[in-house]
Design a protein. Structure first.
Length: 593
């Protein structure tokens, strides 16, 4: 065993320990939860069949919760990516092996990589295949042999098994590279053996796989945003600069790295917008920067200079926004599932989820934990289809629940008057309920996405109470008791909805594209205050609250529809204003009493 191989093993163990300590321990949200369900069922999808096989094996480990077991698989793959990048950088720059350290550290603190290595998902396994394809390809270029060529094929097989379209592109680049770099006497034999091996692997993996291959969804801006998040911006800049410098100076084998970078970037732009494989190749290219400094200085103490030259890259990554762990929701998805279904009466029944995150949480709780087996959980459906299913189920004598009180389309629509709050969800009924229900506190779920889901649940309950004419209860459901004191709550409790001060909240667009958060509940508070005649100052940000304030002034005849401040908020705000006035049939608002 060489010193480099010993160092690789040491790095692998150390990085693995860091990634496992920072990995998620619960079921996770949305796609993460669905990966857990598929793994428990020993299924595999056509979009990543090899990952399905691996996940199914790890889901059987007698360690922790299923989500943690799959996170352990991701951590192993993440450690393999780091070592693969270091090995590729050493093969690209054999005289400056220390230059491979900075790229490894950059990847370790890049948010996209830490997320991929801390949750269930095939992304980090794809990056593993790409990193080792690069490493084995560079090693083969320096010392061609059938064994090294077949290692390239094996790494390509990992990519094909977890990202088919990317695997096809990588295989094409690898075939061209091996043809040019392999000895002429055996190049045909190597490529034939590789093609046969890939064909057998593809046939075995895709037999019985679920679904179909992913389609095209070109979005360059989404990919660039994902790649450049946090410390990824340093990886992106250093990697592109490294490729450009290597190309100008004629660095051997840079065409191999540039070819891989081109295909992984193209795949990210056109198919899945996954930044991790692209970041892995960029990190390899970033190693050129410290090596270039060594060449410029021309010193014999190459290792010291390379280490010092890599330090600014690491410092830049730390300043750009490093990630030292993942935004672990812990048991929040399980709590969400219990909050929206646990208070429903015993089934048989149906739970109609209107948000994919809710559906995935309940699906995981049912399939993995065996929770509420008396409730059928249909997949997310169009609003009209979901409403028809709910109505037919209720007419058949079944219990029907949802996380929202009203949904549907022009043909079939369920109204909030026919819903009864159960926990933080609702039971849907065919007749109005005779009594109300206690108001729960606003939920507190861990993680950023968990906080968004808590906001949406609180908003649904507050909107339900608002539409039922119980404004004070709406304020309590939204957690606005600190904003509205006792006197304000008394005014809200005695205010009946009036055409003179109609509800405006439902017309307000999200002008800034903000995720659900406290601002949304504050906006609802503005609406409640307006309906009750409580003075509310005009708020400039977010713009949705400013628009609501302008609407209030418009209804009080303090400003006119031609006021330039509407146009300043943009075309969406202007259209929303016209829609609000047309719907409420008040083209010329008159003073309210």
């Amino acid at each position: 065993m060489t010193r480099a191989e010993s160092a690789d093993r040491f790095v692998f163990v150390g990085v693995l320990a860091v990634l496992v300590l920072g990995a998620a321990g619960g079921p996770g949200w949305w796609n993460v939860a669905l990966d857990g369900v598929i793994a428990v069922d020993l299924e595999r999808t056509a979009s990543a069949p090899l990952y399905g096989v691996l996940a199914g094996a790890f889901a059987r480990l007698p360690v922790g919760e299923v989500g943690f077991r799959l996170a352990l698989l991701s951590a192993l793959a993440g450690a393999g990516v780091i070592v693969g990048v270091m090995r590729a950088a050493r093969a690209l720059l054999p005289r400056d092996p220390i230059a491979s350290v900075a790229p490894a550290v950059l990847l370790l603190v890049t948010p996209a990589v830490r997320d991929a290595a801390g949750f269930a998902g095939s992304s980090i396994v794809v990056a593993l295949g790409v990193a080792w394809t690069a490493a084995f390809g560079l090693e083969h270029a320096r010392a061609p042999s059938p064994g090294r060529a077949l290692r390239v094929v094996a790494a390509v097989a990992v990519v094909v098994g977890c990202a088919p379209w990317l695997g096809v592109l990588v295989a094409a680049v690898a075939a061209a590279w091996l043809w040019r770099r392999h000895p002429e006497a055996s190049r045909v034999h190597v490529l034939v053996v590789g093609a046969v091996a890939l064909g057998i692997a593809i046939t075995v993996l895709w037999i019985g796989a679920l679904g179909r291959l992913p389609g095209a969804a070109f979005d360059a801006s989404a990919t660039v945003e994902a790649v450049s998040r946090g410390a990824g911006a340093v990886v992106l800049g250093a990697g592109l600069l490294g490729v450009a410098f290597a190309a100008v100076t004629g660095l051997p084998a840079i065409r191999w790295v540039a070819g891989l970078l081109a295909v992984v970037a193209l795949h990210a732009f056109a198919v899945d917008h996954d930044p991790v494989p692209t970041l892995a190749v960029l990190a390899i290219a970033a190693a050129v920067i410290p090596s270039a400094v060594v060449r410029f200085v021309g010193t014999e103490r190459r290792h010291v200079v390379a280490a010092v030259a890599g330090a600014p890259l690491v410092l830049g990554a730390l300043l750009a926004g490093p990630a030292f762990g993942v935004d672990d929701p812990d048991n929040a998805p399980a709590r969400l599932a219990a909050d929206v279904t646990g208070s429903l009466p015993p089934g048989p029944g149906v739970f109609v989820a209107n948000r994919p995150t809710t559906w995935a949480a309940v699906e995981y709780a049912q399939r993995v934990a065996g929770y509420r087996p008396d409730l059928e959980l249909p997949p997310p459906l169009p609003p009209g289809t979901a409403a028809a299913l709910a109505v037919n189920s209720m007419r058949g004598g079944q219990i029907v629940g949802s996380e929202v009180p009203a949904f549907g389309d022009a043909q079939v629509h369920l109204y909030p008057q026919l819903a009864f709050p159960r926990g933080r969800g609702f039971q849907l009924l065919l007749a109005p309920p005779a009594v109300g229900a206690p108001i729960p506190l606003v939920a507190r779920y861990r993680s950023q996405l968990g906080a968004q889901q808590a906001t949406l649940l609180a908003l649904e309950r507050a909107r339900y109470e608002q539409q039922m004419g119980r404004l004070a209860l709406a304020a309590r459901a939204a957690g606005l008791t600190e904003r509205f004191g006792a006197a304000d709550l008394a005014m809200l409790s005695t205010t009946a909805p009036s055409p003179a001060r109609p509800e405006l909240f439902r017309f307000v667009p999200n002008l800034d594209g903000l995720p659900p958060g406290p601002w949304l509940l504050d906006l609802l508070g503005d609406d409640l205050a307006w309906m009750a005649g409580i003075d509310t100052p005009l708020v400039d940000a977010p713009r949705a609250r400013r628009l609501h304030g302008l609407w209030r002034a418009l209804w009080r005849n303090e400003i006119q529809r031609s006021d330039p401040r509407f146009a300043e908020l943009g075309r969406v705000a202007v259209d929303a204003t016209d829609e609000m006035l047309a719907t409420l049939k008040r083209a010329s608002p008159t003073p309210s009493p």
